[in-house]
Design a protein around this ligand. Structure first.
Ligand SMILES: C[S@@+](CC[C@H](N)C(=O)[O-])C[C@H]1O[C@@H](n2cnc3c(N)ncnc32)[C@H](O)[C@@H]1O
Length: 379
């Protein structure tokens, strides 16, 4: 992928950009093999397209009302305009210049970090595979809401795929992306993402994987591995909007998803209700849910944030006697320390999913199987 911003030294977020894509994939897989060893069933890496794959844009807004910049904070906290960043899906690339025009039209003053003046901090855009969009304006206060509402018909006209528009209020002067208050300005409050025939509903404050095509591959692979094992019951811990649970649910199998985000669970429940999927969803902390459960499943899926599942849940899984764990990790370091706490569960299969081309990051799906005599007693 060619990038004029990288070449000019304005943005170096894509640390692997100069490396040919095939070599990137080989290097990522080599790192994973070094971590887990060769004595397991390594499946061929799942590649991504090299550009136009990011389904979300997190743009810092700088500059002025007349000449807004949507991008990153570069050297000396100067805004760098990256509205033509080649990583974003085409629908996002097409929308960003329109959104810059909207900033001017609705007179949304970019927030100046040094001066602590202005309103608009970020524009967050998410694209569905259909090209439909969700746009969130992250603002210091509710001051611009009236103007955004007033000019919204123009924006909806200019971006026919725009389904969800919100204002997120983030009053704090700190480097956090979003606040708690979310004001929905459109009829729809959730973006529908078609993934392998499942309609996942994404609300503003819920997580979804960055690369939809690769996420679809990840869920298909997980479903194939789980179907081959045929568990009668499973948990999907850290389930987000239910991607794993909804793909793994089956008529003779109970599936329970657990997640701290109330919004994400509401979406997952709605998807299950609409599709009739045999999956239940619970708001809660994954570790607290597992350690207080009365009945244990045959299989557990975990897909935690970068910090991993942590020692308490890993030790609980080690002691639980559960035979299979499917661990989808975006951080090899936390995966390694979690595996150390589960010596009774052995990695028997692994596959790398290149969720983040042009960077050293990727997603690794591993199947853990309880081995031999090490089966622990149920808590
Ligand atoms: C990497 S995302 C995975 C989401 C989902 N599995 C998917 O495929 O989109 C991690 C999720 O864990 C949730 N989470 C964070 N801490 C948690 C906790 N202690 N217990 C349960 N869920 C948690 C986050 O809200 C986020 O949705």
């Amino acid at each position: 992928m060619d990038c004029r911003h990288y070449d000019a030294g304005r943005c170096r977020s894509c640390t692997w950009l100069p490396i040919p894509y095939a070599d990137q994939l080989a290097a990522a897989e080599r790192d994973c093999r070094e971590l887990l060893g060769e004595d397991l069933d390594w499946r061929a890496p799942f590649a991504s397209v090299e550009e136009g794959f990011r389904n979300k844009a997190k743009m810092v807004v700088t500059g002025s009302i007349e000449e807004p910049r949507l991008g990153i904070l570069g050297e000396g906290a100067t805004g760098v305009d990256l509205r033509d960043c080649g990583l974003h899906e085409p629908a996002i690339q097409a929308a960003l210049p329109v959104l810059a025009g909207f900033v001017t039209r609705a007179a949304l003053a970019p927030y100046d970090v040094a001066q602590r003046r202005g309103e608009l901090k970020f524009v967050l855009v998410t694209a569905a595979p259909s090209g439909d969009l969700m746009v969130r304006f992250v603002s210091r206060s509710q001051e611009p809401v009236t103007r955004i509402r007033k000019h919204l018909p123009w924006l909806l006209d200019a971006l026919p795929g725009l389904r969800v528009v919100t204002v997120n209020v983030q009053p704090e002067h700190k480097a956090v992306l979003e606040g708690e208050l979310e004001i929905v300005l459109t009829e729809h409050a959730a973006l529908a993402l078609e993934v392998n025939g499942h309609t996942l509903l994404l609300r503003p404050q819920s997580f979804f994987q960055t690369n939809t095509a690769v996420a679809a591959g990840l869920y298909r692979e997980a479903a194939a591995w789980v179907d081959a094992l045929g568990p009668a019951s499973l948990w999907d811990l850290y389930c987000g909007v239910g991607g794993f649970a909804l793909h793994l649910a089956a008529p003779h199998r109970t599936a329970i998803g657990v997640e701290t985000s109330v919004e994400a669970i509401a979406s997952a429940r709605e998807t299950a209700r609409r599709s009739g999927a045999a999956a239940e969803f619970v708001v809660g902390d994954a570790t607290a849910f597992a350690t207080s459960a009365q009945e244990l499943p045959d299989l557990v899926v975990v897909n935690p944030p970068r910090r991993g599942i942590g020692t308490e849940l890993a030790r609980w899984l080690q002691e639980s006697g559960i035979r299979h764990v499917l661990y989808s990790s975006c951080n090899p370091a936390s995966l390694a320390s979690d595996l150390e706490a589960m010596p009774g569960l052995r990695v028997v299969r692994a596959r790398l999913f290149d969720m983040f081309p042009q960077t050293a990051h990727s997603e690794l799906l591993v199947l853990l199987e309880r081995h031999g005599d090490a089966v622990g007693s149920r808590p």
